[in-house]
Design a protein around this ligand. Structure first.
Ligand code: 0O2
Length: 241
């Protein structure tokens, strides 16, 4: 009779640490970062396979690129202070959902929902939370689709579930978010109201551009663009803003 290999998957906080105070420069912290790093590799690998599969089987670039990061100690510390969270490992793991972050950048708005669906269907991955800042952009103008996943990580002695935040956005949204992040997001107070307003305006332009690209793509697939049509389109794209 075959031996069963099923073993309960633990939560990372049961496995490593409990209510100990966080020591950012300790071996324990390094171990936690290591495990989050593996979770990133796991999900990134799966996403890269999907990217290649779409290229090979459907001749379509569903994903432009994937980036990743482990949240810096400073950023974790700031977020915990802001949210009034006790500085223990278990509280950090429980409350900070984006210690491991993966960003998926795609060409078109519709791709975001395709990628979301594909992630939802990945075996073994649990979806904890989703935030649709595409349908409901933030006040800042920020637009992106966020998913908090639980990714199983298999180690020599046990398996643990590790949270990873996946942000899915178009290239245009990414362009806006990267610049806004540098200019404003992290030091809100130093930015004038005018700059904030302009950034919201820019986000609206980005949204328009994304919608036009979507339209263009469907035209490309369905009809031949006649001369007049093309002239109007170019006018729309470059002069309307
Ligand atoms: P960094 O530098 O990217 O690490 P949650 O606890 O998960 O329910 P959370 O994390 O407080 O909620 O908020 P949310 O809205 O899900 O946003 C988390 C991340 O989205 C941020 O992480 C940013 O990466 C991005 N983000 C959210 N709002 C904005 C915005 O207005 N502009 C830009 N550029 N990015 C935004 P961090 O930790 O704040 O920053």
């Amino acid at each position: 009779m075959p031996m069963t290999k099923t073993k309960e998957i633990e939560k990372i906080n049961n496995f490593l640490v409990n209510n100990e105070k966080i020591e950012f420069n300790s071996k324990n912290y390094e171990k936690i970062e290591f495990i989050y790093g593996i979770a990133i590799k796991e999900i990134k690998h799966k996403l890269e396979i999907l990217k290649e599969e779409y290229k090979m089987f459907y001749d379509y670039d569903l994903i432009d690129h994937i980036s990743e990061r482990i949240k810096s100690k400073e950023s974790i510390s700031k977020k915990m202070t802001k949210k009034g969270i006790d500085f223990t490992y278990s509280k950090m793991i429980e409350n900070i959902n984006d210690i491991a972050g993966v960003r998926v950048i795609c060409p078109l708005k519709k791709d975001i929902y395709t990628i979301r669906k594909l992630i939802t269907n990945l075996p073994g991955i649990k979806i904890l939370k989703e935030k649709d800042y595409i349908t409901n952009p933030k006040k800042s103008g920020y637009s992106s689709y966020h998913m908090i996943l639980e990714v199983p990580v298999t180690l020599s002695k046990n398996s643990v579930y590790v949270k990873v935040e996946v942000q899915i956005r178009t290239m245009a949204m990414d362009f806006w978010a990267s610049l806004e992040h540098k200019m404003k997001y992290k030091n809100n107070k130093d930015v004038s109201k005018n700059v904030s307003k302009e950034l919201v305006q820019c986000a609206k332009i980005v949204n328009k551009l994304d919608n036009k690209m979507l339209l263009l793509n469907s035209w490309k697939n369905k009809i031949r663009i006649n001369h007049i049509f093309r002239k109007n389109l170019i006018y729309d794209l470059f002069y309307e803003f």
